[in-house]
Ligand binder design. Structure first.
Ligand code: AMO
Length: 434
């Protein structure tokens, strides 16, 4: 399409929702052809843009030129310009229809490899192979409209509290979570890795500018293939100076409540479309000791997905904060109780919402000697963490923080069984395209 044509076709374009809201007589609209049907001497086309959908109707004896024949040729999902007159018609979806004077096919769609109708039966892996097309569906768009609101509300909440938004490196020189799940990168003559969390850097920032937040992608080379894990995900992190685990858990409670409240207010259409009943969650605080007793879990073991589901059954519509975990189950940077290297318990927590862990965090070790001891306890080499340890030698205050998985929270709020539904272009064990 040449530039001048595009300018002519878009100049007087109105959004479809305005056709219904305002009393327009003549309109120019552009959208994706959602469904075409023909009945004898009449042709229907449903045109969908980002704001809504409208029926275009052509009666053979009444339309100009070759409009009638053209409507037969328009394939599903082709992008079409329609200029025409608005008529009120009870039977039409929304009570109005367009009688076309001119139709231009702006972009042709080939035969569709997946079903993009409202009741699509195409399975998830195939849909993901054609994710760019899957995203033509309103239901799928709704998940990401909600995700956009989640990320925006997170950012707004902490920005309003005077936290500074920070951008941290994605290429790191050593593990930040202690595990071995790192993707290696060739970095000139050195070995480097993709960041598995912004952990170490957000701590350095908290020691300089007190309160920070970030939304950042992270990469974990975990080989498992589950409905709750991705190899590339996004984390919403905070770090606060002069705060302990209780203070940052309270911030997490308030932030998630703020996020859900905003989703409820601003994504009504999307929630309805996805048939989601959502409530602003309450909060429940329990120690690890209390939790394992309640769930009859063996002391010293992690909570399984089944345990997390049970917490949701016992405390529905509640964020359950399980705090003061055994130090053995938490990463090396989590502060042991009373700052004692050999303490059994720690200042670390997990937050469980709708039957899944949405966040973990806690107070950090800001004391270099204690950090070295904890690294050794975890069989990690302090030499690999030199610059991190050294960053606490020059006036490092006590500090705490946490991280929420953006896709995990989206998955739970939008009620999706599989986390892949909550990421635009998933990266998992086997998927690298699109
Ligand atoms: P953690 O490893 O628990 O903590 O991650 C924080 C949150 O991120 C989400 N998440 C994931 N989502 C999808 N796929 C994955 N593979 C995946 N792994 C984690 C979860 C999880 O609760 N640095 C610490 C946080 C901190 O202490 O500040 C960390 O990364 O929702």
């Amino acid at each position: 399409m040449v530039k001048t044509d595009l300018r002519r076709l878009t100049k007087k374009r109105v959004l479809i929702e305005d056709v219904f809201k305002k009393n327009l007589k003549k309109v120019e609209i552009i959208g994706w052809a959602s469904k075409t049907r023909g009945l004898g001497k009449i042709r229907f086309l449903l045109l969908r843009d980002i704001s809504g959908m409208i029926q275009v109707t052509a009666v053979r004896s009444k339309v100009k030129g070759d409009i009638f024949e053209m409507m037969d040729k328009i394939s599903s999902e082709s992008v079409v310009f329609v200029k025409g007159e608005i008529k009120t018609l009870k039977q039409a979806p929304g009570g109005k229809e367009v009688i076309p004077d001119e139709i231009v096919e702006i972009a042709h769609a080939d035969e569709l490899p997946i079903d993009v109708s409202d009741h699509s039966k195409t399975e998830l892996p195939k849909r993901l192979d054609y994710r760019f097309l899957d995203l033509h569906r309103k239901k799928i768009q709704s998940i990401f409209k909600i995700q956009s609101e989640i990320a925006h509300s997170f950012r707004e909440y902490f920005y309003n509290k005077n936290f500074m938004e920070v951008q941290l490196p994605s290429i790191i020189s050593s593990s930040s979570e202690g595990g071995t799940e790192l993707f290696p990168v060739n970095y000139f003559e050195k070995k480097a890795y993709l960041a598995q969390s912004p952990q170490l850097y957000k701590q350095m920032l908290a020691c300089a500018v007190e309160n920070v937040f970030t939304i950042t992608p992270v990469w974990r080379a975990e080989k498992h293939n589950t409905i709750r894990h991705l190899n590339e995900s996004r984390q919403m992190d905070i770090e606060m100076a002069f705060a302990g685990q209780m203070e940052v858990m309270k911030e997490l409670e308030l932030a998630v409540q703020y996020i859900v409240k905003n989703v409820l207010e601003k994504c009504k259409v999307e929630l309805d479309l996805l048939k989601i009943k959502l409530k602003v969650p309450k909060a429940k605080y329990m120690s690890y000791d209390e939790t394992v007793k309640l769930l009859k879990v063996k002391y010293g073991e992690d909570l399984t997905p089944e345990n997390e589901k049970k917490l949701d059954e016992k405390f529905p519509d509640t964020i359950v904060f399980v705090h003061s975990w055994p130090a053995s189950l938490k990463p090396f940077y989590i502060m042991p109780k009373q700052g004692k290297a050999d303490a059994k318990l720690s200042e670390g927590f997990d937050a469980i919402y709708k039957g899944m862990e949405i966040s973990s965090g806690g107070q950090r070790i800001h004391l270099p000697d204690l950090l070295i001891e904890r690294l050794k306890n975890k069989k990690l080499n302090p030499k690999n963490f030199k610059s991190y340890i050294d960053s606490f030698r020059f006036g490092a205050p006590p500090h705490s923080g946490w991280s929420i998985g953006l896709e995990r929270l989206t998955q739970l709020i939008t009620n999706q069984t599989n986390i892949r539904e909550a990421v635009l272009f998933p990266r998992d064990r086997t998927r690298l395209t699109p």
